[in-house]
Design a protein around this ligand. Structure first.
Ligand code: GPW
Length: 838
């Protein structure tokens, strides 16, 4: 579609009621939106109407910045980061936008003068749960940091109609409920049907010779799907930059099935429409695992093709020659989910834009960069060749061609090493043939990065070792980070205000400035305030737990929290073994002196992951027994908080005393919850895994509870031959714990319920719970001791926060900008561009 220049429109001034930030103006605008957008008046308005009216009021203020940003980026054809991710776990927008606009307090006052409560309205927002966990949330933190650092960027992904399922707990088991996040409308997005694109699927290819006598390939698809972009503004913290998150919905093209339509096959045509719409219907709820399902591959090509076509459109609109695609865009691949971009960009350049192979390959490699997020073998994506060919016949040809050139390169560098060729090939031919997406991403990118120092080292030594030997210069580390805006300023206003009252608020943009807090660590008044704030927040969570779970919790107990996806490698069940150990000690000696603890869990399990769901059932079963056993006398409480989400995480992190980061070393790529807890003043009990290693280095070993085998020790033990039964037989407390579960004590006498879990521990124990058990218990005993010295604990807590500066996502993004993206900031001035230039 053509844009029509219209000087009358350009001359329009944006009305003050849509941009003004005074309390009076906000009130007027709010009522105006309630009336004209929501179509309600106060007498009949629901809470949701009020939320919508407020959201539109805030969106109007974003739009001014969004349009200014777009105008400047377009005029200057600014170099842009394109962040491709199958997941964006944004969390609620309203509060975050209030913080970043700097109008939280004004809006609070405005709505309160209208007789409403801001917290109430914030609670009303259905968060877009378009991600599973860490990977999707990282993408969201990175969008926040890119906008804050004024880096031109576009996030590209899928607008799933159903995001991550809502979790209910029934009889202790997880039950999944569809997430209808769109059912009340989404005030934050704007559809852009004028920028629709088409994606081909299935069918076959044909070779032909073009008018210049060149060999060409034509792809005759079985199906064509339309992608429609929906844009959400991403505002930086106290900047005018508003970047875009562009999510694609799949629709049936109007014209495609007219054949069927006209021949009277009405239902057939509607069927085709439904098949198309399926592509953006639902988020796959697996975290750190890949299933090889056709629809999932279709989702990947769908959003990748839409996004690359959109970038090419932008390149043309800004009069950049296509040969300079890589100068206009750098495309970061968030894991292998978008790795099909390697073949798709080649296809677009060669088949659709007449470019030669060598030039297309050079542009592709210069444009793409790949981030790996896992060391788990089951998470490395592979697609059966037959499935791949039936959906993407042209891409398979291109991948074969890339593979041919690549293997020639490998042969040249390592002559006579046929084993290496087999290992490195883009095609796994050991049995059923597969396309290896991580290999495709490595070959097609100019940068390959891990997400924590240890993770990158293990990639180089192990998972991607051959690629490291082939292309050492491509490898680099980018330790993850989290945004302090959402995970401190918004979620922990009390601690934010205390900190800012002492050291100013520069730390919100320059997290390293938290270091200045160290000067107050010996100030008794400050320590007292620090402790009272933590206590007040814990009281709030106590009230919530009372309401949600009907459990009364002692606010003076240690709040010991493990909140993350359920996965055996994350070892929530090791935590369970500790709980039962303490329970056994109490049962053996009811008067034993134990530091009171509240164990809090939150997290979802993939619906098809039986063992993870059984672990949830075990925790709930332990909770039932422990919370109701009179011998325990409120010294231990176990709480499973259902339906963990970003909204919920924001409530949980600030209340934690102790953060559980207890994965088997060598399995957690980085972790980011570990950072959010520590930033909010929790101490960490953790293994030397992922970013825990770097957190401990920063905060000091004396302020961190470390335990367990290191990654090399894990490998050595497994190589020696690990025998979990030996630990069971030789460790009295461990045996008692296992026997207690096996006896049916937590399952109303049912000795079969947890047998699969116990069998897996006793006979395989892939994640070495038994090997780490004693070290974990000893470390927890030490935690309990230290907690009794409240001054010491407070000091450790302050030092943790003061030394967390490295883990801001701003630092991560600065590192990406310098080392991979080669991109500079583009500050946005307000007002200079919407008004027409005379
Ligand atoms: F398997 N992560 C995740 F690598 O949340 F793709 N989901 C995933 O599917 C994958 C990784 C994948 C997580 C890592 O487990 C976590 O350690 C890391 O902090 C996070 O990604 C962000 O890098």
């Amino acid at each position: 579609m053509q844009t029509v220049p219209n000087h009358q429109v350009e001359n329009l001034q944006i009305e003050d009621d849509r941009t003004g930030l005074s309390v009076e103006c906000l009130k007027r605008a709010f009522l105006d939106n309630l009336f004209y957008v929501q179509g309600k008046f106060p007498k009949i308005a629901t809470k949701n109407d009020y939320y919508m009216a407020l959201a539109y009021t805030v969106r109007d203020r974003l739009l001014q910045r969004w349009i200014n940003t777009a105008v400047i980026y377009t005029e200057r054809a600014s170099r842009t980061v394109s962040y491709l991710s199958a997941e964006f776990l944004m969390g609620p927008h309203l509060g975050n936008n209030l913080v970043n606009l700097g109008i939280y307090d004004q809006v609070k006052q405005a709505v309160s003068e209208l007789g409403l409560d801001l917290e109430d309205l914030l609670e009303q927002e259905e968060e877009p749960g378009l991600g599973n966990g860490g990977l999707g949330r990282l993408a969201a933190c990175y969008l926040d940091s890119m906008a804050t650092l004024e880096i031109p960027s576009l996030g590209y992904g899928i607008r799933y109609e159903f995001g991550i399922f809502d979790q209910d707990i029934r009889d202790g088991w997880q039950v999944e409920i569809t997430d209808k996040w769109l059912h009340c409308g989404n005030p934050w997005e704007i559809a852009r049907p004028e920028w629709e694109v088409y994606v081909k699927l299935g069918g076959h290819t044909e070779a032909y010779t073009d008018e210049h006598g060149r060999y060409r390939v034509r792809w005759i698809p079985y199906q064509v799907v339309k992608g429609v972009p929906h844009d959400t503004p991403i505002l930086g913290y106290k900047t005018n930059t508003a970047n875009t998150l562009r999510l694609w919905t799949a629709e049936a093209p109007e014209s495609f099935d007219f054949g069927a339509f006209n021949s009277g096959d009405y239902l057939g045509a509607v069927q085709a429409k439904m098949v198309s719409e399926n592509l953006s219907k639902v988020l796959y709820p697996n975290d750190d695992s890949s299933q090889g399902k056709r629809l999932r591959l279709a989702q990947q090509i769908f959003f990748v093709s839409c996004s690359l076509q959109d970038m090419i459109r932008i390149v043309f609109r800004q009069n950049v020659p296509l040969e300079k695609f890589h100068e206009k865009f750098v495309v970061q691949l968030n894991d292998t989910h978008p790795a099909i971009a390697v073949a798709e960009l080649m296809r677009l350049l060669i088949d659709e834009h007449d470019m030669g192979w060598d030039q297309a390959w050079s542009i592709t490699q210069k444009s793409l960069a790949y981030t790996n997020h896992t060391l788990l073998p089951e998470a490395l994506e592979r697609w059966p060749i037959s499935l791949f060919r039936s959906l993407l016949p042209r891409h398979l040809e291109i991948i074969y061609e890339i593979n041919y050139h690549f293997l020639e390169e490998v042969k040249a560098k390592f002559p006579g090493d046929s084993d290496r060729l087999r290992r490195m090939s883009l095609i796994d031919e050991s049995g059923e043939k597969y396309v290896r997406m991580a290999h495709l991403a490595c070959v097609g990118s100019h940068s390959i990065n891990g997400v924590a120092a240890l993770h990158t080292k293990l990639l180089q030594q192990d998972v991607l070792r051959d690629f490291y030997q082939m292309y050492p210069e491509k490898f680099n580390n980018k330790t993850n980070g989290v945004t302090p805006r959402r995970f401190m300023v918004l979620s922990n206003p009390r601690l934010t205000n205390l900190i800012s009252s002492k050291i100013g608020d520069s730390w919100i943009k320059h997290l390293k400035d938290l270091k200045k807090l160290e000067a107050f660590v010996d100030d008794p008044e400050f320590c007292h305030q620090w402790r009272s704030i933590k206590s007040a927040i814990k009281h709030d969570l106590v009230a919530y737990i009372q309401k949600q779970n009907g459990i009364s919790v002692n606010p003076d107990s240690i709040f010991d929290i493990q909140a993350k996806r359920f996965h055996e490698y994350k070892r929530q069940h090791l935590n369970a073994l500790h709980i039962i150990t303490l329970y056994n000690r109490i049962k053996a000696n009811p008067d034993i002196d134990i530091t009171p603890r509240t164990f809090i869990f939150g997290g979802k399990a993939a619906p098809g992951y039986y063992m993870a769901k059984l672990i949830i059932k075990l925790l709930n079963s332990i909770a039932d027994v422990v919370n109701n056993d009179p011998d325990v006398r409120d010294r231990l409480k176990v709480v499973f908080l259902k339906d963990y989400s970003v909204k919920f995480a924001q409530r949980v992190y600030p209340a934690a005393d102790l953060s559980e980061q207890i994965s088997m070393a060598g399995k957690e790529a980085s972790g980011t919850g570990n950072m959010k807890f520590a930033l909010n003043g929790a101490l960490t009990i953790g293994t030397l895994d992922g970013a825990n290693v770097e957190i401990r280095d920063e905060v000091g070993a004396e302020n961190f509870f470390i335990f367990g085998l290191t990654a090399p020790e894990v490998y050595a033990l497994k190589a020696r031959g690990y025998r979990p039964l030996d630990y069971y037989h030789s460790n009295r407390e461990l045996k008692a714990v296992i026997d207690r579960i096996a006896s049916g004590h937590f399952s109303h006498g049912d000795t079969q319920l947890f047998k699969p879990l116990l069998d897996s521990l006793l006979h395989r124990d892939e994640y070495l719970l038994f090997a780490d058990y004693q070290a974990y218990i000893d470390c927890q005993d030490n935690v309990s001791q230290v907690y009794r010295d409240r001054d010491r604990w407070t000091r450790m807590s302050i030092l943790n926060v003061a030394r967390m500066g490295k883990f801001s996502s701003d630092r991560s993004i600065r590192d990406y900008c310098q080392d991979i993206w080669n991109i500079q900031s583009v500050p946005i001035e307000l007002g200079e561009c919407i008004q027409a230039k005379e």
